[in-house]
Design a protein around this ligand. Structure first.
Ligand code: PEP
Ligand code: MN
Length: 368
């Protein structure tokens, strides 16, 4: 059972004390508090855990600090959608809104290589009106002898360049909890010229200690990649791990499933799950056409498979596109064969805009 307290209920008020006192004395029930800080107000959610079936909802609604009571199922307690659950979805970070109705594009380098390529990328993004990017500093690689990313050494200059070109949010994968601290220190040292969304890669979707570490901090939102070989339910529970530790600012990313049946694509594109994630949870949904499709081949219509997959995702309501780009893909240290080319970026962005517009029209069509 979930209780939403009246907005801005103070912890030192009688209403709060009496309410919590009552709840703490319910036999066999434990309570867990979760604070949601919005732009206008702070909401406190109280989760009652244990056998709550016998509880009288009207008695609990009558407690002085309680505004609303929602009966929730066991799955995705914080991030999920529950019956009569009117809670908002999404969040704002560093001035950029992430919700289930809008769309942000994160084009950028799979792996940071050198300042020249980072700057060329950021400059082009700015010229095309972009305020978000992706930049990989810590790269989880299949082969131990492959380039592993520049790690913390590149962070200061990457952040400074991002600030110089007006980038508000960088999606950056972390593979160890120490990386959160390294990112935080580099941002602090450079005067926080930009923001970071911590990315959990598909190989770490069920790295529970990493998820808990990201969940324990509330400075940075998270982008959780779906696990490539586990069920959707298991991946959604992985997102809930972060929320259960205190950070519910999570975007869920579809990036394809590993199966030979997806050939010749790198993974089986799973963007048909966008509406599923939206109805099961309140998370904004991202699609990663680069790591799901994995190659730049074109159909006879002149449009590459990556661009087609992106359009399919956006037309189905995706809220974020994470895409590999490189100014000179043939020289990229990681994933060059799937990177968008500089000349492709303007049309790609315009295509996304058209598809999102069409998605909104489709929504109106079916709502009326
Ligand atoms: C990436 O986005 O750079 C990446 C490694 O993706 P994934 O974890 O989906 O393979
Ligand atoms: Mn990659």
């Amino acid at each position: 059972m979930l209780l939403i307290l009246h907005p801005d209920t103070r912890k030192d008020s009688d209403a709060y004390r009496n309410t919590l006192g009552f709840l703490e004395n319910l036999p066999g029930i434990s309570i867990r508090l979760h604070e949601v800080t919005g732009q206008q107000q702070t909401l406190t959610e109280v989760y009652l855990l244990g056998d709550t079936k016998a509880l009288d909802a009207s008695e609990i609604t009558a407690l002085p600090a309680v505004e609303r009571v929602i009966r929730i199922s066991d799955d995705y307690r914080i991030l999920g959608r529950h019956k009569d659950d009117q809670r908002q979805s999404g969040f704002t970070y560093n001035g950029v809104h992430f919700g289930q109705d809008n769309l942000n594009v994160f084009a950028g380098l799979c792996a940071v290589d050198n300042p020249r390529n980072v700057e060329a990328t950021l400059k082009l993004l700015q010229e095309n009106g972009q305020i978000c990017t992706r930049m990989g500093a810590y790269k989880p690689r299949t082969n131990p002898y492959s380039f592993q990313g520049h790690g913390k050494d590149c962070l200061p200059w990457v952040f400074e360049l991002a600030g110089k070109y007006g980038i508000k949010v960088i999606a950056m994968e972390v593979t160890h909890e120490n990386h959160i601290e390294e990112i935080d220190q580099a941002l602090e040292q450079t005067g926080r010229p930009t923001g970071v969304m911590l990315q959990v890669g598909t190989r770490n979707t069920q790295n529970f200690e990493l998820l808990k570490a990201i969940g324990r901090q509330q400075t940075y939102p998270a982008l959780l990649k779906r696990g490539f070989g586990i069920t959707l339910n298991e991946s959604l529970n992985a997102a809930e791990y972060m929320a259960s530790e205190g950070n519910a600012n999570v975007v869920f990313c579809l990036r394809g499933m590993k199966t030979e049946a997806g050939n010749p694509h790198r993974n089986m594109v799973d963007f048909a799950h966008i509406p599923v994630v939206k109805r099961l949870t309140r998370m904004p949904v991202c699609v990663d056409p680069s790591h799901s499709v994995g190659l730049r081949d074109r159909a006879p219509d002149g449009i590459s498979d990556i661009v087609h997959a992106t359009a399919q995702g956006v037309i189905a309501g995706a809220n974020m596109v994470l895409v590999d780009f490189h100014p000179e893909p043939e020289k990229a240290l990681v994933d060059g064969p799937q990177a968008l080319l500089p000349g492709e970026l303007p049309a790609f962005l315009e295509d996304i805009r058209l598809c999102h517009e069409l998605y909104l029209k489709r929504q109106t069509l079916y709502r009326s």
